[in-house]
Design a protein around this ligand. Structure first.
Ligand SMILES: *Cc1c(COP(=O)(O)O)cnc(C)c1O
Length: 385
């Protein structure tokens, strides 16, 4: 792609073209799927390309370069799942005896990994409630990593990463951020000083609810160490999945703009509805982190949560009545998906514990898709009615 050196292309352009040099005449405009586990190779002078678990299959490398460009990172690697990306990132820097400071508001599997799995390997985590907790007090001499998520599931809170980054800098710690709910279109985590950004590419990056994939972006040496880990643990991305992810990235910017727009309209509409106790969306002035979201994000995202006046019964009824939006877990696809945290991500907690986290029984989470917003509103209207 020929762009001037000073101008950084926008996410729409990077998503379509990446930053690779354009191939010559006769080359396919769309790169082929290199569905091969292995490559002709006899001795090291034959180069890098030898075995697809190593992460250097051409499709894996191409999609990694494109994600790095979108995040504004030196390097990135695409892996077999978001959890693969999270686990390899953590394991690449943590040894037995090390300590992690993490936000208490994390994706369920990430929380479990830190709270119950890594302790089996001698790695402890202190969780900090971003509303009440004191980050500085949680640091120990053994602390190596700070892990946060932004925005959070399902209450869509935005924590300010900048003071955390400043504290971590003084101590030479690595700050990792799972920014899946924002995608690099709405939030470029590295631009506020975060060292490592993790995406579940299953969600917005691929965007069609048809693949499981993940990505990590950061410095060249850090990504090298993640690739070294994943060669051992094995969460490589399949070439065809890498190709599908690359195809998803071509429309990421266009999709995110539509997600942002549709979600804003729906959040406003829900907030005014008589059956709704509370609509939760960072784009609404009523959201506790609205000002911070305006400052940090380029878009408020496609996720909207709502608390129905009729409690759990009303939420169940709403889900069963939906005709266009689909009742299903996951998020970030072109289709609108609706779920209740009390039956999915937060099923392991008691009603009181959920209530304490701002998730009462009438809580419904919407992953607003790219359908025509009037049709979605009509569906929600009949389902609430
Ligand atoms: C889905 C999700 C993950 C896990 O990603 P997988 O691709 O399912 O492994 C991690 N973090 C967040 C915020 C998610 O939504």
């Amino acid at each position: 792609m020929s762009v001037s050196k000073e101008r950084r292309p926008g996410p729409g352009t990077l998503g379509v073209h990446g930053t690779d040099p354009r191939p010559g005449p006769g080359a396919p405009v769309v790169s082929p799927v290199v569905q091969s586990a292995t490559f002709y190779w006899s001795t090291p002078e034959d180069g890098e390309l030898l075995y697809s678990r190593y992460g250097n299959n051409p499709n894996q490398l191409q999609v990694g370069r494109k994600i790095a460009a979108l995040e504004g990172a030196e390097a990135a690697v695409a892996l077999g799942s978001g959890m693969g990306a999270t686990a390899m990132s953590l394991l690449s820097v943590l040894d037995a005896g090390d300590h992690v400071v993490a936000s208490s508001r994390l994706y369920g599997a990430t929380y479990q990994l830190l709270a119950s799995e890594l302790p089996r390997r001698g790695i402890e985590t202190s969780f900090v409630d971003p509303d009440r907790g004191d980050w500085e007090a949680a640091f120990r001499t053994e602390t190596k990593v700070v892990f946060v998520e932004l925005p959070t599931n399902p209450t869509l809170r935005i924590l300010d990463p900048r003071p955390i980054v400043a504290l971590a800098r003084e101590r030479g710690l690595t700050v990792m951020c799972d920014a899946t709910f924002a995608s690099p279109v709405n939030f470029r985590a590295l631009s506020v000083g975060i060292d490592v950004v993790i995406q579940s590419a299953t969600k917005y990056l691929s965007g069609h609810s048809d693949v499981i994939a993940g990505a990590v972006s950061g410095t060249g040496p850090f990504i090298e160490s993640v690739m070294r880990m994943s060669r051992l643990y094995g969460p490589a991305l399949d070439p065809h999945t890498a190709w599908l992810l690359d195809r998803g990235l071509r429309t990421l910017d266009a999709r995110m703009r539509r997600h942002n727009e549709n979600a804003m309209r729906i959040a406003r509409w829900l907030e005014a509805h008589s059956e709704v106790e509370r609509a939760i969306y960072p784009g609404l002035p009523s959201h506790p982190d609205h000002e911070l979201a305006r400052e940090l994000l380029d878009g408020f995202g496609g996720m909207v949560s709502v608390v129905l006046k009729g409690g759990g019964e009303a939420a169940d009824r709403f889900m069963h009545r939906l005709q266009l939006a689909a009742a299903a877990p996951s998020l970030g696809g072109v289709e609108t998906l609706v779920s209740q945290p009390r039956w999915t991500s937060h099923a392991g907690l008691t009603a009181e514990q959920r209530e304490a986290q701002g998730i009462p029984d009438g809580f419904v989470r919407l992953s607003v898709g790219i359908e025509n917003v009037e049709d979605l509103i009509a569906d929600f209207d009949q389902a609430l009615g």
